[in-house]
Write a protein that binds this ligand. Structure first.
Ligand code: ARG
Length: 390
């Protein structure tokens, strides 16, 4: 008996993997694993229901707390962003893959399977983890070069309930940090997305009156909202609701996938936008100019590794060590104003602020302005030398 463990979302791709595994890969025992990283409860239930019809055994693993603690918090500290994408899908994949591997080890399985295509990034992220085992890796979607239309027909033939339709063939990936919407006409750079692809965010132009919220941070970690201490999963869920009502956190972009393909992507992520905006602003108040400049390069490198799913690279933990050190002073409060799709910082404070009203103010006499004259004499010195010669 060949046992396979499949990373299972309950969507079309992963559902048709089960009959395909039986028909084409001689896998007669399929175990499905759905990892709960904060996708809607109804999706988890639907996955469980479908699994009970088509798989031999099913696991649902609640990894929400771990996802936030070990993946999202480091992402906030690193101002995670790849070309403006808040890394929602990418940052969850290694954790999902690790949970699937754990089940495979417990079940003494022979193979691991994912439902990713051969065009995207997810195959790389899953396999970076899967290939750390000696198990066979099976990727039916990639092997068989299937089209979505064929998949829909095949699912129907195999008695698998299908929620996507030919007119709304969106491929959705959702977790607590963001919702990614792809597929069909949405792939075309010139196609204006219909409003009904969005579920977390109201149309920005229909947002209510402006609302200002206060986020408290301790050592780079968000720990309070409007003075009430709240963090982790609950804070992110709350901010998704608050920001979503204001239409905050929509991203429509052209993204460079790892393989080099350009892809048009739509995302929604209200909490991510609010927390990343607030965190970055607070860093500007407490870190030195040199720390900020160097850290922006570290953040970019960190984000690229996260985008590729390479969180087991030694460089990833090296960068986290540097980032954690900088976060020791990222403590304070940031006020963010939400209004019709925008989240703007309107005030910030910190006991570690490198700002002194006494020194910077126009009205203060603590600094003798005449001291700056010597500095001015040298400033631009080499350019003046150069001009004299050439
Ligand atoms: N382009 C994004 C990424 O590579 C999103 C992928 C979303 N996946 C999906 N099945 N809809 O991270």
């Amino acid at each position: 008996m060949k046992k396979v463990v499949l990373s299972y979302s309950g969507g079309l791709d992963t559902s048709i993997c089960i009959p395909l595994l039986k028909e084409h890969y001689c896998c007669d025992y399929a175990i499905t694993v759905t990892v709960d990283v904060g996708q809607p409860e109804k999706d988890i239930q639907q996955a469980e229901k479908k699994a009970s019809m088509i798989s031999n055994k099913h696991y649902t693993i609640d990894a929400k707390e771990e996802f936030v603690k070990d993946y999202i918090i480091p992402l906030i500290k690193a101002n995670g962003s790849y070309e403006g994408y808040v890394l929602g899908t990418s940052i969850a994949r290694p954790l999902i893959a690790k949970k699937v591997v754990e089940v495979a080890q417990k079940e003494n399985a022979h193979a691991l399977c994912h439902g990713c295509t051969g065009k995207g990034n997810d195959q790389l992220r899953f396999e970076a983890v899967f290939r750390g085992t000696a198990l066979e890796v099976i990727a039916p979607m990639r092997d068989m070069n299937l089209t979505r239309e064929w998949e829909i027909e095949y699912a129907k033939k195999n008695g698998i309930p299908v929620s996507v339709t030919k007119s709304k063939p969106w491929s959705i990936d959702e977790n607590i940090w963001s919702r990614s919407i792809e597929g069909g006409h949405l792939e075309e750079p010139g196609f204006i997305p219909p409003e009904d692809i969005f579920e977390w965010t109201a149309p920005p132009e229909k947002g209510p009156d402006a609302e200002t919220i206060d986020i408290g941070f301790e050592e780079g970690v968000p720990v309070s909202l409007n003075g009430e201490s709240i963090g982790g999963v609950s804070l992110i869920q709350r901010l998704n609701k608050i920001g979503g009502a204001h239409g905050v956190g929509r991203t429509d972009m052209i993204e460079d996938r790892v393989l080099g393909l350009k892809a048009r992507e739509n995302y929604e992520h209200p909490a991510a936008t609010i927390l990343l905006t607030a965190h970055k602003d607070l860093e500007r108040l407490v870190l030195t100019r040199d720390e900020l400049r160097f850290k922006s390069f570290v953040d970019e490198t960190w984000s690229e590794l996260a985008y590729k799913g390479l969180v087991d690279e030694p460089l990833y933990s090296d960068l986290n060590a540097f980032i954690d050190k900088t976060q020791e002073r990222v403590t304070g409060n940031v006020k963010v104003k939400l209004y019709k799709g925008s989240a703007k910082v309107v005030a910030r404070e910190s006991p570690f602020a490198l700002y002194s009203s006494d020194l910077s103010s126009f009205d203060s006499r603590t600094i003798d302005q005449k001291d700056a004259e010597g500095y001015c004499k040298y400033h631009g010195f080499q350019a003046r030398m150069f001009k004299r010669i050439c």
